[in-house]
Design a protein around this ligand. Structure first.
Ligand code: GRF
Length: 208
């Protein structure tokens, strides 16, 4: 029998390095009551990130770990892990976070870190995915919301959004069209996670 009590909301922590438009898409969805989550903290490696302002607009505090001011880069990663463990989120969302997470972070939060990547994975992993797709000449590209595993952009795929590339489309137009899709699928992936509707078997994600 289903519980008569509402399920508790999931604790969310975000990692972002830049503009923060995906962060904003998720926070808007929380604000509108579409995501049953509590955005608790934004962590950024970049003190100049506009994402910090986005977070504060929605009342989300930021913790700045200025990557470039760390003489020992290992210390950055251990500080990050310490903050994450102290915060103990149900879900970490990396949205425009430009660093690769260390294995110990990934192992501490297995299948509890969601990333948004601007290509149809497994095509065009890594940096500048939109440019890679544009230059390759594919006819369809898009974006992927996926769980993070120990590889680069290689974790189980949750959702994908597609963009048709017309012959006259510029790389900038492609990037903007993909971003529009990102703003749809990342909040949806977070919503599904918060409703316990994602199940993973043999790396395949089913939506319950
Ligand atoms: C997005 O295209 C995301 O897919 C990529 O970096 C960009 C970040 O944009 N990883 P924003 O900071 O969310 O606006």
């Amino acid at each position: 029998m289903a519980s008569l009590f509402p399920k508790p909301r999931k604790k969310l922590v975000f990692l972002a390095s830049g503009r923060g438009s995906n962060l904003e898409a998720v926070l808007q969805a929380v604000q509108k009551g579409r995501i049953r989550g509590i955005p608790e903290l934004l962590i950024t490696d970049n003190p100049e990130a506009s994402a910090i302002g986005v977070g504060s607009k929605y009342g989300v505090p930021s913790k700045i770990l200025n990557f470039s001011s760390y003489a020992q880069k290992e210390k950055y990663h251990s500080d990050l892990l310490e903050i994450l463990e102290a915060q103990s989120p149900d879900l970490i969302v990396t949205c425009g976070y430009m660093r690769i997470l260390k294995k110990d972070v990934i192992r501490s939060f297995p299948n509890r870190i969601i990333n948004i990547h601007p290509s149809l994975l497994p095509a065009f992993p890594g940096l500048n995915a939109q440019k890679q797709a544009f230059e390759y000449g594919v006819k369809i590209s898009g974006c992927t919301a996926h769980f993070i595993d120990e590889g680069v952009d290689s974790g189980p795929v949750i959702l994908q959004g597609t963009v048709k590339i017309d012959p006259e489309m510029t790389e900038r137009e492609l990037t903007l069209a993909i971003l529009k899709e990102e703003h749809k699928i990342l909040p949806l992936a977070v919503k599904l996670f918060c409703e316990n509707r994602l199940s993973i078997k043999n790396r395949k994600v089913s939506i319950l």
